[in-house]
Design a protein around this ligand. Structure first.
Ligand code: FES
Ligand code: FES
Length: 166
């Protein structure tokens, strides 16, 4: 099959590649670039495990072709921590609030929460629950995921977060 040239920026680095037009973005990230943080749970746009940030939107990367991301600016979980390894407030929040168990949903949850907090710096619990409703977790019951996002929102605003994980 003829391949197409794609160029995009992923976690701040320019990427150029030849891809088959049928290659999904999640497969390009995982198999071509070795960025295996975004997971494949369903490949049918339901679970959100493959969520990345693309041109300031949360995108389920199993739902678009790599060629459709040509020219895009993408962030994956591998690009969340600072270059010196300091965790992003969301990563810290998920750790402090026990917002994960198996961790399969976590990269997608964090990338979705990242965009949510870009759009709404102080979301209510209801807004957080609605905001992550496209991301499924079969382990946690969501309560501590919500707290993890609240923790991060507070930290990013310089406000103490007093609640404990459940
Ligand atoms: S793998 Fe993309 S939404 Fe489930
Ligand atoms: S922590 Fe296991 S699916 Fe969410």
């Amino acid at each position: 099959m003829a391949k197409s040239q794609v160029s995009m920026t992923i976690n701040g680095k320019a990427v150029d590649a030849l891809v088959e037009p049928r290659m999904l973005l999640i497969h390009f990230l995982r198999e071509h670039l070795g960025l295996t943080g975004a997971h494949i749970g369903c490949e049918t746009t339901h679970c959100g495990a493959c969520t990345v940030d693309l041109d300031d939107k949360s995108v389920k990367s199993c739902t678009m072709f790599a060629v459709q991301a040509n020219g895009a600016n993408i962030r994956t979980i591998e690009g969340m921590a600072a270059p010196d390894g300091t965790l992003h407030a969301l990563q810290e929040g998920f750790r402090q609030m026990h917002g994960l168990q198996c961790g399969f949903c976590t990269p997608g949850m964090i990338l979705r929460a990242y965009r949510l907090l870009q759009e709404n710096k102080s979301p209510t619990e209801e807004e957080i629950r609605y905001g992550i409703s496209g991301n499924l977790c079969r382990c946690t019951g969501y309560q501590n995921i919500v707290k993890a996002i609240q923790y991060a929102a507070a930290k990013l605003q310089g406000v103490p977060f007093e609640e404990a994980a459940e």
